[in-house]
Design a protein around this ligand. Sequence first.
Ligand code: SF4
Ligand code: SF4
Ligand code: SF4
Ligand code: FES
Length: 839
Amino acid sequence: MATVKINGKEITIDDGTLILDAAKTAGFDIPTMCFHARLSKLASCRVCLVEIVGQKKLQPSCVTPVMHGMEVLTESPVVKSARSSMIELLLANHPLDCPVCDKGGECELQDITFKFGPRQSPFGDKKRRFNEEDYILSPVIVQNANRCIQCKRCVRICAETVGVGVLGSIERGAKTGETSFVREYLDCDHCGNCIEVCPVGSLMSRSYRYKSRPWDLKGVDTVCVYCGTGCQLTVQARKDEVVRVISKPEEGINNETLCARGRYGYSFINSIDRLLVPMVRMGNTLEPTTWEDAVRAVRNGLSEAINKGKKIGGIASSRLSNEELYLFQKLMRGVLKTNNIDSGSRWDTDAVKTYAEIMELSKGGLSIYDALNTDTLLILGFGISDENPVTDYIIRRISGNKKMNIIMASPRGMKLDNSAVLSIRHNPGTEGVIIGGILKLIYDKNINSLKNLGGKDYLKDLSKEKVSDITKTAWQDIEAASGYIMASNTITVAVGSDVLRVPSRIEFLRMLIEALRILGKDVKLFPLFDRSNQRGALEMGVHPDILPGYNFIDGDGLGADGIIDAASRGEVGALYLAGEDILSDFPDGVFAREALRQTKFLVVQDIFMTESAKMANVVLPGVTFVEKDGTFTNQEGRVQRLRRLFEPHGDAKADWEIMSAIGESIDPSFNYRSASEIFDEIKKSLPLYSGIIFENLDGNGALVKGPVSSSQSSGKWAVSINLKRESADPEYPFTLITGNHLYHSGRLSLKADTLYEILHEAIVEMCGEDARKLGVSKGDKVKVKGKRHEAALTVRVNEGSMKGVVFIPENFTDVPVNMFFTKGEGYPKVKVIPLGRES
Ligand code: SF4
Ligand code: SF4
Ligand code: SF4
Ligand code: FES
């Protein structure tokens, strides 16, 4: 510890603390411009100079650590004069066009000039000018280089956090300007983080420019609705039209960063395509009606199914709030007396249960920062850089500051590969066998210590040849992974939801965790989800075999696949889809359509007229995340607040209100008046949530807390590992995998103008070797042809991807990837034909 005096005030603080932070602790603010807490230190602007008693020269407080006995002055005449001179220099070339600058009112240069700057300037020379007019640097950035103060925050965040590094300087000295290296239209991640950190109006948001002044905005702090990272953001509206999303440095695990989806994916809220009134089917058309009539129609449809002894099913979106998901399962289980429920229809129901057990979700939450406090991080089953971009940023930033072995296992090349010590490429769906190979090596070297390892007999069949044959991964990579793991004391295993897309093969992971713990390693498990409230959906019990709070049962309920199966046989009398579009999501679109045709009564609750809604008997308009209160639980297990910014559009209602009205129409005691009332009931039913107070949830949320030790097993732990290699089909040599694109998530983001502009058509991604063999390159058109579906697509090349694998994003309505799938057949096999060369 160091005891220092700042402006005469004595404080004791950790050795190595920066003077800037020490002064803050002592209650003194020092202005900064180039400094950014989460970026490398540049110390170029000199605005933060302070006087250290006994030293001749002033020192930049943003890079100078305190030393015991140091005496610092932050407000002495010499400091004030130097600070004012540095600001004067920043202003020397600055245009001072504040009245027409988009940053006016929230500009850091304006603020420090007002507070500390000179009142007049001696500079009379012509100011440096890079451009006469603002220019469009990318689909999201408008630049005015004249206003740049060369703080390089934009350059640093793009390279160090986002991992893209497309910004840099041109010219030198007084002429230095920040731009793309060659001042070309940027092809980047379009995350807008460079705009967020730009302290002046040099980098501006194209979608927000000239829409409003900051003081005319009303805003609300809430959570991103897209992926499981759960970024905190502030949605701002002018006259009930959402005009921008920003993020705050001190709020949330994302600390000011967002991805393109979080920052620009909001305009679906303002969309004119929103459903605004309830509708009931009259013959071939859906006609607007009142809520009273719509709820009555739903009650009658459900009652008829019950009276006729038909099955009822419910599938809810994992983008609904915890309160809505809890109410949904209570309505299904308690009022309609069925366990036929699921959250989403893309995944294998049994695989979800196995995953929840193996990943020990019932033990409570784990902060991502604790998860990354590890020697080795193994990431598998997830296209992390595309699916959860800010999780990727956090990992990159943390791994840049400390030694951590990152092992990436995925069929696709990922941006995060650049931070990894090892990138394992493997056949789609073989994650479990990769784990099995690693486990086998560890077991063979520690047979005595692991003699009691459960399921060890399954390792007998697992030869190195077999692992390589099934996974198509070089054995050296498996050896290297096991080497890194065995050399580590702490290992974090992050497993993503790709392993849920086909019947699970990750049982070896359970054995690996057990083996490593027997060997004295500290193993942490970190789930990765692509939907914002997927973890919440599991905790609320929206699964046939998981009751709220992870009470695992072997019940008779059906998951989405079972419900759709039963519907196809005409056994389902009523199906309730809340925010879920199974026609677009279920991995066999043809089968799902036929199943809905056979369903007697279909209720769809959504914010847009989805493909499934078009077939419904009753359509109920829900609201977006800024029109309701509630909570989400992110992949860490962090409960965060959704807050209402304005009243629902039209006659739409919060999804929990709709569920409450439907429940009450059947059972009058089923009525709820607010999200917080439902949350209080959740707290009573789920010990995980018992310590959380809805009203007190701030920007950091609260991690759910599990029991100190928790029994996971449902008694169905038999290891059922399929070690069969998929047979090759020479006619269809590629395996098709699907997932979210960096700029899109589900179908919601297609309604966001900026994201649509960035990417408005589906693409097919393949590795460089395959592209070269086919004689195609980026931008070429090809036909991807499966056994039952085909699509014309534009080629993107991902040099780091697995040979023989193609990826198509699942976000585009005109390329419904689920039509390539055949129920029960796993990943589809396809061929790729360059257009114009069809045979
Ligand atoms: S938008 Fe994001 S990726 Fe593009 S230049 Fe800015 S920080 Fe870099
Ligand atoms: S563009 Fe903005 S963030 Fe980048 S160097 Fe210039 S002033 Fe700094
Ligand atoms: S990483 Fe996920 S939660 Fe964060 S802004 Fe992007 S989509 Fe939203
Ligand atoms: S903020 Fe310290 S030198 Fe710029």
